[in-house]
Design a protein around this ligand. Structure first.
Ligand SMILES: Cc1cc2nc3c(=O)[nH]c(=O)nc-3n(C[C@H](O)[C@H](O)[C@H](O)COP(=O)(O)OP(=O)(O)OC[C@H]3O[C@@H](n4cnc5c(N)ncnc54)[C@H](O)[C@@H]3O)c2cc1C
Length: 403
């Protein structure tokens, strides 16, 4: 099996390395800027060079390169190796922008893409409702066209970042007479208006990153609809594909394993570094096996993408693998931290090590949530089993999974 990218691509890798060598970290004067400003300066240069936002046309702020999944992968690898800023993460950039590029109107791309990728405007995703999570198509929030505006009434839940977002992309029921999938539209709306109330939900990490959102005659212009009226379900599939890809990337599990090995080096069991303990070594080796499998599945996905073939179930497996490895890694970190793993936030006086451990505690708690976000692990196992492997329907599930 030849896993190299070939001599042409290795030449491209050298070009990227030379660019990074010259441009990151920034020069002495620019290094005084706050990190976000440094990242913005660097991203601008990387866009000029054709390395970032490659699939976004220049008119909307991207570098408009011909699609090349291998080049994109090499850029990710090399930027990651040098800890150089990559494309800004965030719901807007990772989910809405690709959706608009694929299905939006020209004016929507012009208005929203550039300020979203530069971070000037932020977005939240209004899909889930109480009782409509896995069975998303049963959602009830209503959108009625009154004159030249949609009037929206209902409730969303688990809306990450709604309290700090400028806009929301959301699914609402606009055709109450149609069947459940055919009655949904995909609307964009301004969060800063009197018809919207955002109530934070506190998570077990102690922070309140997601919210309930109540719509009480909230309004948005008639043309702020992506895709046709009643075709929101189709549009939402595009967004969901990008959400899963962003969660499932193999680099994340590799970075987690590296951090864990470092933690095992610093932790002690019976007065010796935990890294020398045979049961810890066994668990790390097992995790490395999963990480390698994840990485190779990533290569399979890459090969399919490079050939223009549908990655099918591999994309779904990547998200499942990623969240499971994240959870296993975080579980091992809790065992390594031992009683320190019980510390809650705010124990900074315990020094550097406590700061480290708080990162791992937060990661452990987060690993439980991320397995649910974007479709639960249970549902994904069922989808892979039923649609991928052709196994019979799960007798315990009373309906077919939607998410
Ligand atoms: C950290 C985090 C961030 C999130 N951010 C957002 C956001 O920004 N915007 C947004 O809209 N939503 C968001 N969500 C919500 C997320 O999409 C839903 O939680 C998820 O789709 C599951 O829906 P639910 O919570 O209603 O659970 P339910 O659908 O009620 O599921 C409960 C349990 O039943 C199982 N189950 C349900 N149906 C079936 C079936 N047919 N077969 C087998 N098992 C089944 C599930 O696997 C799960 O274990 C977020 C969630 C989390 C945890």
């Amino acid at each position: 099996m030849d896993l190299s990218y070939g001599s042409e691509m290795e030449g491209f890798r050298e070009e990227v390395q030379a660019f990074l060598e010259a441009n990151w970290p920034l020069g002495d004067e620019e290094k005084e800027l706050p990190f976000e400003k440094q990242a913005a300066v660097f991203r601008e240069r990387a866009i000029e060079q054709g390395y970032l936002y490659r699939n976004i046309p220049k008119t909307y702020g991207g570098s408009e390169q011909a699609p090349d999944v291998l080049k994109a992968q090499i850029i990710r690898e090399e930027f990651g190796r040098k800890w150089a800023p990559q494309e800004a993460r965030g719901i807007g950039t990772m989910m809405l922008v690709p959706t608009l590029l694929e299905r939006g109107e020209e004016w929507q791309k012009e208005k929203f893409v550039r300020p979203t990728i530069t971070g000037e405007i932020t977005w939240c995703q209004g899909y889930s409702e109480p009782g409509s999570g896995s069975d998303l198509a049963s959602l009830k929030t209503k959108g009625e066209l009154q004159g030249d505006e949609w009037v929206i009434n209902g409730q969303k839940i688990w809306t990450s970042g709604a309290h700090v977002s400028d806009f929301m992309f959301c699914l609402v029921r606009t055709e109450p007479e149609a069947s459940k999938h055919a009655g949904i539209s995909y609307l964009l709306l301004d969060m800063k208006q009197p018809g919207i109330e955002v109530r934070p939900l506190r998570m077990m990490t102690g922070s309140a990153d997601f919210n309930e959102v109540f719509f009480n005659d909230a309004r948005t212009p008639a043309e702020w609809i992506v895709g046709k009226r009643g075709e929101g379900w189709l549009v939402s599939r595009t967004t969901l594909k990008h959400e899963r890809n962003s969660i499932g990337a193999a680099q994340q599990t590799r970075v987690a394993l590296k951090g864990l090995i470092e933690l095992a080096r610093k932790s002690e069991i019976a007065g010796r570094p935990a890294l020398e303990d045979s049961s810890i070594r066994q668990r790390l080796a097992e995790l490395e096996g999963y990480v390698k499998a994840h990485q190779y599945s990533g290569y399979r996905q890459l090969t399919k993408d490079a050939k223009g073939e549908d990655a099918g179930m591999i994309a779904m497996m990547m998200k499942l693998f990623s969240t499971e490895i994240g959870h296993k890694s975080a579980g091992l970190s809790m065992d390594l931290l031992s009683e320190e793993g019980l510390l809650s936030a705010g124990n900074a006086e315990l020094g550097v090590r406590a700061k480290d451990s708080q990162g791992w505690i937060a990661r452990y708690m987060y690993s439980l949530g991320i397995a649910v976000a974007g479709g639960t692990a249970n549902i994904q196992r069922n989808v892979i089993a039923e649609r991928g492997l052709g196994l019979p329907r799960d007798a315990a599930a009373n309906r077919s999974p939607e998410r």
